[in-house]
Ligand binder design. Structure first.
Ligand code: CO8
Length: 263
């Protein structure tokens, strides 16, 4: 099931409960342009409001998840332009999507491509993946959250090394540093397969609980520990107002599989 209303991305439904969004600018190694982000934001919003979808997989090609923001589009922009037009402001909408987004990364995830992966909730990487923030080589710095998200994930020294030298790291290094969940087995398409499987598993749970879980984990990156614990407890208490809590706990007691109704 493919949608043809887009030119920079491909949207498919590999499982009835999973939306698969593939970045599709192969000639430019999926360089991220404003038209691409407009389409991506639209597709994400559609998936977020579609009751049949429980989780989203975002991927690129074998060679590149995304090689960064489109340098040719940025090249001639002035400070006044980027400031007045709020350049990149709409590029962070992905982080506001309620449903879980799994990044399935093969090949280059550089600059904005690395930052795009970091905005997702879970990152799976193929052994070919290469992550990095090479903006320093272009006379600029990360602009899509890389400096902030990396610092909280992998620490100051490693973030400084990536941001100031522009060196790329391998999938294994990214896994060792705690930047991604894991490196999947070799083979073309394997990382997408595993991401779809994971998305399907997530989609089979209570969607209210899933979205509450995503919200509280994300709060850990913004709140103090005391505030975060209080927020988690309130949301946990709130789960007891759902039919899915009654069903999940009854099914356990009755030794049967829970039938969640997302209510
Ligand atoms: N922008 C525009 N075009 C690109 C980009 C890019 N970022 N990356 C690759 N391309 C194009 C190349 O220009 C080339 O096009 P053409 O055939 O017309 O010359 C085509 O893709 C293939 O690329 P290469 O020939 O260079 O392929 P190689 O295999 O030799 O090299 C590399 C692959 C190493 C990935 C190389 O393409 C490269 O270094 N790319 C640039 C990487 C980079 O510097 N990225 C950071 C960009 S700045 C940025 O992302 C700011 C972040 C803003 C925030 C975003 C928030 C989400």
């Amino acid at each position: 099931l493919m949608s043809s209303k887009y030119t920079n991305i491909i949207v498919a439904k590999p499982e009835p409960s999973v939306s698969l969004i593939t970045l599709n600018r192969p000639k430019a190694l999926n360089a991220l342009s404003s038209p691409l982000f407009e389409e991506l934001n639209k597709a994400l919003k559609d998936a977020d409001t579609d009751d049949s979808i429980g989780a989203i997989v975002l991927t690129g090609s074998e060679k590149a998840f995304a090689a960064g923001a489109d340098i040719k589009e940025m090249q001639d922009k002035t400070y006044a332009e980027v400031f007045k037009n709020r350049f990149l402001e709409d590029w962070g909408q992905l982080a506001k999507i309620r449903k879980p987004i799994i990044a399935a990364v093969s090949g280059y995830a550089l600059g904005g491509g690395c930052e795009l992966a970091l905005m997702c909730d879970i990152i799976l990487a193929s052994p070919t993946a290469k992550f990095g923030q090479p903006e320093i080589n272009l006379g600029v710095i990360p602009g899509g959250g890389g400096s902030q998200r990396l610092a909280s994930l992998i620490g100051k020294s490693r973030t400084m090394e990536l941001v100031l030298t522009g060196r790329n790291i391998s999938a294994q290094e990214a896994a060792d540093w705690g930047m991604i969940s894991r490196v999947v087995g070799e083979g073309e398409g394997q990382v997408i397969k595993e991401a779809i499987e994971m998305a399907k598993t997530i989609a089979s749970k209570s969607q209210i609980a899933v979205q509450a879980g995503k919200e509280v984990v994300n709060a850990a990156y913004e709140l103090t520990l005391a505030e975060g614990l209080r927020f988690e407890r309130r949301i946990f208490h709130g789960c007891f107002a759902t039919n899915d809590q009654k069903e999940g706990m009854a099914a356990f007691s009755e030794k049967r599989k829970a039938e969640f109704t997302n209510s």
